[in-house]
Design a protein around this ligand. Sequence first.
Ligand SMILES: Nc1ncnc2c1ncn2[C@@H]1O[C@H](COP(=O)(O)OP(=O)(O)OP(=O)(O)O)[C@@H](O)[C@H]1O
Ligand SMILES: [Mg+2]
Length: 227
Amino acid sequence: MSILITQNLSKTYALGHNSVPVLHDVNVIVNAGEQIALIGPSGVGKSTLLHLLGALDRATSGEITCDGQAYSKLTSDELAQLRGRKIGFVFQSHHLLPEFTALENVLMPAMLGGGANGNAEQRARDLLSRVGLGHRLSHRPGELSGGECQRVAVARSLVNSPSLLIADEPTGNLDGEAAKAVQELMLGLTREQGTTLIVATHNLELAGAMQRILRVHDGTVSDDSSR
Ligand SMILES: Nc1ncnc2c1ncn2[C@@H]1O[C@H](COP(=O)(O)OP(=O)(O)OP(=O)(O)O)[C@@H](O)[C@H]1O
Ligand SMILES: [Mg+2]
């Protein structure tokens, strides 16, 4: 069963009087539960594609359908709702809110989705324990290491039990050990919950651990693996 479909997707940025074409004719079908690495050299359009798939930006033309909902037919508010309900996002740099604790940061998407109840708080605590930070609940980002912040970001991305987790070079700023820990957590937690995972990465070890590899090249995307 497919969870995400792109049809002739394209993105051209407008920059002053210039237009910057990045993606064209991207046709991808992602099946529920798949774990996919998105690879390609710097500047090729990986983040651009992830932002489109995660409903953080609008395509120039073409369509994305997630769980049967066509993005082009949704208002900005409806897209935000879809994002909150179905999609988790992990950015390259964690994007945690500096004035809130680890626990509050993880709870944030649940609160935005209509008030965090006791269940959400318990889930946030559980997730933080799972990423090895049960003893750091009340630390603010400035009181955590880079790898710990990234683990909080992984916990936050999963608090609403998304069906799709999108991660943009989640281990890009981490050293070998910390990168491996974050990678194993993401793979383990998503596999356990049947969450579909799409992760852009330059880390070949991480890419190699995924079932399927999509390569961005020449402005479009092709399947790099039939493994
Ligand atoms: N807002 C923008 N306006 C104009 N051009 C942009 C904008 N954002 C990105 N670009 C251009 O689009 C291209 C693709 O950028 P993108 O961030 O998607 O690359 P990437 O594959 O994620 O690279 P990296 O591996 O370095 O993260 C780049 O050439 C970049 O300069
Ligand atoms: Mg990028």
